[in-house]
Design a protein around this ligand. Structure first.
Ligand code: F6R
Length: 608
């Protein structure tokens, strides 16, 4: 989604801001722009398309100064044109605004402002903010911003500067993430820490309703009533090399290959071998309270929703607590049954997905305890949930989620283990699960070492227009995830189904042109799955089978096989995810797709 970077300090702002925008590219965007405040007032440069176009413009028409704001836009209101790109400035060019989020009453405000003589030059909701600030400007920029925000409905993360109040940047947040970076005599604003990690690790995560004023001498934070607020300074422990490709062709490939260590990091210090359980320090919920839980709701979007489905299976099987999984976008708008004995688990890589955040707030409002399974430290879901489990998978830059997914499933396994051991899971079974988890990093590595097999398979199927992914039990969600990975980066139409459901419709699609990927580890539903392989084979479909043993039952039924190591049934989706990710990756590369920034997609969906 959109990205914001702002700078104030002694250095020349333009290269810092452009570098910041580059580091936000992964979030998805379709235009970019920059505004610098200098002796000539506010100067802007904007370009539709990639940041490289903005860079060419800046080299032919440079702008210099020590204060600036910059933006990558992912179009919502109005096409991705230069005119609609941010920053938006007032007619006289004196006030510039960049904005993430959506101003819901923009058209009403625009009409009122037009009646008062303001002339708009873009179709965006953001431009309304610039005019509104101008309209209400009396004294200082921050007062005008606070006054303007009192008329606004919707969500925003904004950075503003004005020629009439030079030497100052103002930032404000409501529902769209924003942080301040604190350097040596210099300050940054960013919507994502990656943008400023090269310059500082000291950050302040703004809360909803915060307004920050940055000068070269320091910063102040206020609420929307202009009362001063104090804030905690956090230290970011991600390294710069974690947000670089490190020799890999794409971030996605790097992140797939990082999984032996990221899975290990999710478990680090959390497994108690002897006791056969897990220790989860951040839950913020006592064992007694965990025992009191009547029902669990897991809510998430996209890939995180797929891991939720696996979590449902694990938790119900081992704890016997009823679990319901719901798309966050649906949960927030219905009348769910939530009590004070409901545990609401919220899963999000970014910790900022708008629907997931809103669903969590709704569950909380209704009295549930909330647990966030989040990767990004300091993100809104991490801060607002009652407790949680950090994934510790490190920054995920590739738009298609890979390492976060396997870490989510592992974190769910840890939570299941802990909750089940508090109930009636035996110590022996607990130890088995601990051992299964401990073996995962090595098993994932074994499959990564055979990535070339999947690259060859990709060559075979790169032109297929459709794919079907089938699995049962724990691996039905793995099938959904495999299909999602393929469609989002290769643009091939792919569907995931519970294998037995195929007979109720999708079987009509099967012919010699249809590749069908079966996730078939040797588990309790293996025999059932073999029948489904037979059904595809009988209709001449191409069968690609991920399995874990030499199985006589599969003889003559398999066109392509990939062998996975054996693990406990509940952990099979972690292993299955890896070849599915690699297959999708190689097919997408062979089709020439932009794997790390697939069309129309954003890394973190911060609007509804
Ligand atoms: C798919 C993907 C998305 C995200 C979804 C939720 O590869 O990345 O489907 O999983 O947008 O994002 P988070 O987990 O950040 O809430």
């Amino acid at each position: 989604m959109c990205g914001i970077v702002g700078y104030i300090g002694p250095r020349v702002a333009t290269p810092l801001l452009v570098d910041g925008l580059r580091r936000l590219e992964y979030r998805g965007y379709d235009s970019a722009g920059i505004a610098i405040l200098n002796g000539h007032g506010v100067e802007t440069r904007k370009a539709a398309g990639k940041i490289s176009r903005l860079e060419s413009l800046l080299s032919s028409s440079p702008i210099e100064g020590n204060i600036g704001i910059a933006h990558t836009r992912w179009a919502t209101h109005g096409a991705p044109t230069e005119c609609n790109a941010h920053p938006h400035v007032t007619e006289d060019g004196s006030i510039a605004v960049v904005h993430n989020g959506i101003i819901e009453n923009a058209s009403t405000l625009r009409t009122r402002l037009t009646e008062r003589g303001h002339v708009f030059s873009s179709e965006t909701d953001t431009e309304v903010l610039a005019h509104l600030i101008e309209e209400l400007y009396e004294d200082t920029l921050e007062k005008a911003v606070i006054a303007a925000l009192s008329h606004v409905e919707g969500t925003y993360g904004i950075a503003v500067m004005a020629a009439s109040d030079p030497g100052k940047l103002v930032a404000a947040r409501l529902g769209s993430p924003l942080l301040l970076g604190l350097g040596e005599d210099e300050y940054f604003i960013a919507s994502d820490v990656s943008a400023i990690l090269a310059h500082t690790r000291q950050v302040i995560y703004l809360d909803d309703g915060d307004v920050a004023v940055l000068t070269r001498d320091g910063y102040d934070i206020f609420d929307l009533d202009a009362a001063t607020k104090s804030h905690v300074v956090s230290r970011v422990d991600w390294d710069l090399d974690q947000i670089e490709k490190g020799g890999y062709a794409h971030f996605m490939l790097k992140e797939i290959f990082e999984q032996p260590s990221t899975i290990g990091n999710t478990m680090r210090g959390r497994l108690l071998e002897e006791e056969g359980t897990a220790k989860l320090g951040g839950l913020n919920i006592s064992d007694e309270e965990l025992l009191d839980i009547d029902n669990i709701i897991i809510t998430a979007c996209g890939t995180s929703w797929h891991s939720a489905l696996i979590g449902e299976h694990m938790l119900e099987e081992l704890t016997r607590i009823p679990v319901e999984v719901e798309y966050a976008s649906e949960f927030r708008y219905r009348n769910p049954i939530v009590t004070d004995r409901t545990l609401c688990i919220v899963i999000s890589q970014s910790g900022e997905t708008a629907d997931t955040l809103a669903a969590m707030r709704e569950a909380k409002r209704r009295g549930a305890r909330t647990l966030g399974l989040v990767n990004v430290v300091g993100s809104t879901i991490a801060r607002e949930s009652d407790g949680g489990i950090y994934l510790h998978a490190g920054p995920e830059i590739g738009v298609a989620s890979t390492k976060a997914f396997t870490s989510q499933v592992v974190a769910l396994a840890l939570l299941t283990l802990k909750m089940a051991r508090l109930r009636d899971l035996s110590i022996l079974r607990g130890r088995e699960i601990v051992a299964g988890l401990q073996a995962l990093p090595g098993q994932v590595q074994q499959m990564l070492d055979r990535a070339d097999e999947l690259e060859e398979l990709a060559e075979e199927f790169k032109r297929s227009p459709n794919f079907l992914y089938l699995g049962r039990g724990f691996n039905f969600p793995a099938a959904l995830e495999g299909a999602l990975k393929l469609k989002e980066i290769s643009y091939i139409h792919a569907e995931g189904y519970p294998a037995a459901e195929m007979k109720h419709g999708p079987i009509a699609l099967i012919d010699a042109m249809m590749p069908v990927v079966f996730i078939a580890p040797h588990d309790s539903v293996f025999d059932k799955l073999v029948s489904n392989v037979q059904e595809v084979r009988a209709r001449k479909g191409k069968t690609i089978v991920l399995t874990s043993r030499d199985e006589p039952a599969l003889e003559g039924l398999v066109d392509y096989e990939f062998r996975m190591p054996e693990t406990l049934e509940m952990l099979t989706p972690v292993l299955a995810a890896v070849p599915l990710q690699l297959l999708a990756y190689y097919i997408a590369v062979k089709r020439g797709s932009n794997v790390d920034q697939p069309r129309n997609l954003a890394k973190s969906v911060t609007v509804e």
